[in-house]
Structure formats: structure tokens, C-alpha cells
Design a protein around this ligand. Structure first.
Ligand SMILES: *[C@@H]1O[C@H](CO)[C@@H](O)[C@H](O)[C@H]1NC(C)=O
Ligand SMILES: *[C@@H]1O[C@H](CO)[C@@H](O)[C@H](O)[C@H]1NC(C)=O
Ligand SMILES: *[C@@H]1O[C@H](CO)[C@@H](O)[C@H](O)[C@H]1NC(C)=O
Ligand SMILES: *[C@@H]1O[C@H](CO)[C@@H](O)[C@H](O)[C@H]1NC(C)=O
Ligand SMILES: *[C@@H]1O[C@H](CO)[C@@H](O)[C@H](O)[C@H]1NC(C)=O
Ligand SMILES: *[C@@H]1O[C@H](CO)[C@@H](O)[C@H](O)[C@H]1NC(C)=O
Ligand SMILES: *[C@@H]1O[C@H](CO)[C@@H](O)[C@H](O)[C@H]1NC(C)=O
Ligand SMILES: *[C@@H]1O[C@H](CO)[C@@H](O)[C@H](O)[C@H]1NC(C)=O
Ligand SMILES: *[C@@H]1O[C@H](CO)[C@@H](O)[C@H](O)[C@H]1NC(C)=O
Ligand SMILES: *[C@@H]1O[C@H](CO)[C@@H](O)[C@H](O)[C@H]1NC(C)=O
Length: 440
């Protein structure tokens, strides 16, 4: 009865506010849905040539736009704001709807953290919420909002030092990110919906209602919170669990593209075909958030560099822009790139880059990269590893991981134009080259 009533009021509201919108409530059976991932820097001046797969790099506007983004927008704070241990750079945004009636929220999509949270009214004081274009989420306005009690299992799913018991036995969370961002508030439960082909609603989803929040992604004013897509217990992916067959995938369009990237859940997320390669996923129970895989080596042109570890040694992350590697591997790569291309190494590469070289003329031949994950050789399009910064300066989209306490990360620029599927039940990650502007 209760459920029916709520269903009806949501439905009636949607009908009265807009044209008929098909409404689907998620049940325990599996659901599939797709949402847009919007690059926060997505300009409407596209230039993208998907035929750029040879070993010749040109002075292309599209390549420069990546660099412009890296250099100007994030400038000096760039290397520090990287996702570790679970920080958010905020490259990609997605829409979710919270509550009854559903309120649209734009939030950062982050595979490097777990908690889903939004800024909630009231803020602890005037300076304890970052500015956003839309009003704060008001829990009083949602008929399905409830707080989670301190004794609830969901409260204890937060790491020990990230929850306390507040007034009225409400579970208080404190979630901190590696880049100094944090959110503090009530752990709560409410419906979370997605606008796919019609709304798909997941009642009783756990999220953080943040009353004291500080983030490094506050410059857009669009983002009102964050959606954690990690593998830990409170992440969106883990909460939807069986209902999405423990699967999601994304396909990231190049920076500057006029198209939106897609994030898919459930059967929609399954990638198939000849080009699909898969590697085992190793979730470490002491840091369950991260998608760890094993990188056996990297080929640079005809040479292969072996990684010196034989264990899950690199994190796949859509929230980190560049790729971070073991310093010795990075140095070997630099040597090979220098040897096999007609570039002159520059002494002080512009931030945030770790290696750049000058070239003559309108283009330069550079070696192609293949990442050898266990069981999955991933050959990267040239623009996933190189960018042309100014007239004749080419830079690698790679950095040594010295700032990350030795943690290697396969970042989002390396993953552009691949379908990347995470199967948390089958414990594997699959890659398939794709033109992400054409995937729906
Ligand atoms: C918000 O949290 C920060 C960090 O823990 C703390 O320093 C500050 O006092 C809090 N603000 C309020 C109003 O509670
Ligand atoms: C909450 O509901 C009240 C009354 O319907 C409305 O005036 C107000 O704008 C709502 N606030 C938010 C933040 O949605
Ligand atoms: C929400 O309701 C509670 C009690 O009903 C009230 O104390 C609180 O001030 C309200 N919050 C807002 C933001 O209106
Ligand atoms: C809390 O956690 C339990 C067990 O993990 C789960 O069954 C329940 O649905 C969760 N949600 C709420 C709102 O309590
Ligand atoms: C973003 O947050 C920082 C640090 O809290 C603050 O100095 C800055 O003014 C904020 N920017 C915006 C646009 O709110
Ligand atoms: C880019 O997108 C905008 C808005 O969707 C559209 O008006 C414009 O025609 C598009 N440009 C190109 C070149 O596709
Ligand atoms: C899990 O992480 C811990 C701490 O980083 C590490 O000591 C341990 O070796 C890891 N376990 C596996 C199986 O990789
Ligand atoms: C790589 O090997 C191929 C075939 O053996 C050869 O034709 C090519 O010149 C080599 N490239 C480099 C950069 O050494
Ligand atoms: C890595 O370990 C696996 C199993 O432990 C083994 O089969 C494989 O040969 C090892 N690879 C290397 C390069 O040591
Ligand atoms: C990956 O590439 C390496 C080196 O070229 C080759 O030895 C290996 O068999 C390939 N693995 C797969 C799974 O294709």
C-alpha cells in the first residue's frame, strides 16, 4: 500500500509537470540503464579525427585542447589534486535524482571513491558548503528520506574512523579525499533515480546528506556532490549490486568532443565482439574501493618494458586525468621515446607534464604504446599517450608516480575511445577499442 501510494504521487507529479515520462521502478530483478557522463570542460567547438591511429602525430587542434585544459584550468594545483587515496578531480559529471519527488542533482562521477553524497540544507554555517548553482537538497522536502541509525549495518560499512554517532542516534559520516576535499553529514537513505529511457528508480539507497563540505571541484558551480563508483560496500555500484548484475561500463569521448560519454549499468554494460580483451580484477579487502589490475609491461614501439612486480600493481580510474607509472618504468619509456623519434627533449617541461620534446615541421613520428595487462594487450591510439602543447612541443600524458606514494594509475585520457567494462562478479575488466562518439 505504502509503496503504491508513493509510486502514484511520483507518477502524478511527473505527469503534471511535463509530458508523459515512462516510469520504471527497479525491482530485485536486473535492470539496465545508461546515463550521460559530461566532461566538465566540454566546449561546443569540437574537432576530432578518429582516424588518428598511425604513429604520426600532427599539430591538431583537438590535441592542443587537451593540453589547454590540463595547463590552464587546473594549472598549478593539477598534480596535487590527483585521485589518491580517493580524491576527486571532477573531470566527469553525471545527473542523478534524489528523493520523492525526485530532485535533479549534478554530481562528479568517481571510480576512485565509494560514497554517494550531495550538499544538504541546512549547512553547518555559512562557509561550510561550497557554492552551487541549484538550491541545496532539502531532506524535509522528500517523503522517502530517512536517516540511518548508528547501529545500522550500513553505518558500520563506513570505515571505523569515518563515522560517529550524532544526536538522535543518527549515523554521522566524515569522508575525506586525498586532495583535501571532505564531506561531513548524516548518513541517509532515499530513492535514487536515473534518467535513462524513462526513469529507473532504486528505493532505499544509502547516501551522505552533507552539511559541511569542502571540495576542489567547486569551480564549476554545477556539481552538487559526488557519485562514488568504486568497488567498496557503499558505492553506487555495490548498492545496486544484483540489480545491475554487478556490472558497469563507460566509453569516454575525447576532451573537446561535442558528444557525451556514456556510463552504462546492467546488461547494457556488457561489451562484446572481436576486439574485446579482459584482465583479472583484484579487489584488495583492506582498500576495497580500488579497481586493481596487473600490468605486466608496456611496449613502446618495438621494445617492451617489463614491470618489476607480479601482482595487482595499477589502479584503473576514470577520475584521474593522466597515467602514473613506477619511476623506473617511466624513465625507460622516456628513453625509448627519445631514441625512436626525432624530438629534442626539453629540460623543464611545462606543468603538469613530466616529459616533452620539440619537433620540426608539421608532424613527428612517435612510437605507439601497448599496455600489457595480464591476458589483455591494450594498444592505445596515439592521442591517448601524446599531446601537442604548442606549435612544436609534444608531451607524454604520463607521469612518474613519485607523488602518489608508489601507486600507479591508469587515468582517463589513456582510456578515451575504449569501452571499459567492470564486472565485479566475474572479477574482470574488459577493454574494447571504440569510437565513443558513436556508442549509445
Ligand atoms: C566543518 O568541518 C571542518 C573539518 O572537519 C571543521 O574544521 C569545521 O569546524 C566544520 N564546520 C562546522 C561549522 O562545523
Ligand atoms: C521545499 O518545499 C517547499 C514547499 O513545497 C518549496 O517552497 C521549496 O522550494 C522546496 N525547497 C527545495 C530546496 O526543494
Ligand atoms: C526540517 O524540518 C525540521 C523539523 O521538522 C526542522 O527542524 C528543520 O529546520 C527543517 N529544515 C529546513 C531546512 O527547513
Ligand atoms: C542497509 O544494509 C542492509 C544490509 O547490508 C540492507 O539490507 C538494507 O537494505 C540497507 N539499507 C537501508 C536503508 O537500511
Ligand atoms: C572553492 O573552494 C576554495 C577552498 O575552500 C575557495 O577558496 C574558493 O573560493 C572556492 N571557489 C568557489 C568558486 O566557490
Ligand atoms: C555541437 O553541439 C551543439 C549542441 O548540441 C550543436 O548545436 C552543434 O551543431 C554541434 N556541432 C557540431 C559540429 O556537431
Ligand atoms: C592489500 O593491500 C595491503 C595494504 O596496501 C597490502 O599489504 C597487501 O599486500 C595487499 N594484498 C594483496 C592481495 O594485494
Ligand atoms: C619495428 O619492427 C619492424 C618489423 O620488424 C620494423 O620494420 C620497424 O622499422 C621497427 N621500428 C622501429 C621503430 O624500430
Ligand atoms: C606471475 O605469477 C603467475 C602466478 O603466480 C605466474 O603464472 C606468472 O608466470 C608470473 N609472471 C611473471 C612475469 O613472473
Ligand atoms: C600480448 O603481447 C605480448 C607481446 O607482444 C605477447 O607475447 C602475448 O602473447 C600477448 N598476449 C595476449 C593475451 O594477446
Amino acid at each position: 500500500m505504502h509503496t503504491l501510494l508513493l509510486l502514484f504521487s511520483f507518477f502524478a507529479l511527473l505527469c503534471s509537470l511535463s509530458n508523459f515520462i515512462p516510469f520504471v521502478e527497479a525491482t530485485k530483478t536486473q535492470r539496465s540503464f545508461t546515463v550521460d557522463l559530461i566532461h566538465h570542460d566540454s566546449p561546443h567547438s569540437p574537432f576530432y579525427d578518429s582516424s588518428l591511429t598511425s604513429s604520426e602525430i600532427f599539430k591538431k587542434a583537438a590535441l592542443r585542447s587537451i593540453a589547454r585544459y590540463s595547463l590552464s584550468e587546473n594549472n598549478n594545483q593539477f598534480p596535487e589534486s590527483v585521485v589518491f587515496p580517493n580524491g576527486a578531480v571532477g573531470d566527469y559529471l553525471m545527473k542523478i535524482y534524489i528523493g520523492t519527488p525526485p530532485v535533479e542533482r549534478i554530481a562528479v562521477a568517481d571510480t576512485g571513491s565509494d560514497l554517494v553524497w550531495v550538499q544538504c540544507s541546512p549547512c553547518d554555517d555559512e562557509s561550510s558548503c561550497f557554492s552551487q548553482d541549484s538550491p541545496l537538497f532539502d531532506p524535509n522536502n522528500s517523503s522517502t528520506y530517512t536517516t540511518i541509525s548508528c547501529t545500522s549495518q550500513n553505518c558500520t560499512l563506513l570505515p571505523q574512523n569515518q563515522h560517529t554517532c550524532g544526536t538522535s542516534n543518527v549515523c554521522q559520516y566524515l569522508y575525506t579525499y586525498g586532495d583535501t576535499s571532505y564531506t561531513i553529514g548524516d548518513l541517509a537513505s532515499d530513492s535514487i533515480s536515473f534518467d535513462s529511457v524513462g526513469y529507473v528508480t532504486f528505493p532505499n539507497s544509502i547516501f551522505g546528506c552533507g552539511h559541511n563540505n569542502s571540495v576542489t571541484f567547486n569551480s564549476t558551480k554545477k556539481a552538487t556532490g559526488l557519485v562514488g563508483l568504486g568497488a567498496g560496500p557503499l558505492s553506487l555500484v555495490s548498492q545496486l549490486g544484483d540489480q545491475i548484475g554487478h556490472k558497469f561500463s563507460y566509453c569516454l569521448v575525447p576532451s573537446g568532443s561535442n558528444y557525451t560519454s556514456k556510463l552504462k549499468f546492467g546488461d547494457d554494460a556488457i561489451i562484446s565482439g572481436n576486439g574485446v580483451v579482459s584482465t583479472p580484477l583484484a579487489i584488495n579487502s583492506s582498500t576495497p574501493t580500488y579497481y586493481n589490475v596487473n600490468l605486466e609491461g608496456i611496449s613502446v614501439g618495438n621494445n617492451t618494458i617489463q614491470s618489476n612486480q607480479n601482482a595487482s600493481n595499477i589502479i584503473l580510474d576514470s577520475g584521474t586525468t593522466l597515467t602514473y607509472l613506477d619511476p623506473s618504468m617511466f624513465n625507460d619509456i622516456v628513453t625509448l621515446v627519445t631514441q625512436s623519434s626525432a624530438i629534442e627533449v626539453v629540460k623543464d617541461p611545462p606543468k603538469p607534464f613530466g616529459f616533452c620534446g620539440r619537433f620540426q615541421g608539421s608532424s613527428v613520428e612517435v612510437p605507439i604504446f601497448v599496455f600489457h595487462f595480464s591476458g589483455a594487450n591494450v594498444s592505445l591510439p596515439i592521442e591517448n599517450m601524446y599531446t601537442v602543447v604548442d606549435e612544436n612541443l609534444v608531451c607524454l600524458l604520463l607521469l612518474p608516480n613519485t607523488e602518489l606514494i608508489g601507486v600507479s594509475i591508469f587515468g582517463n585520457l589513456a582510456q578515451v575511445n575504449f569501452q571499459v567494462e567492470y564486472d565485479l562478479q566475474g572479477n574482470k575488466v574488459s577493454f574494447s577499442p571504440a569510437d565513443c562518439t558513436k556508442s549509445n
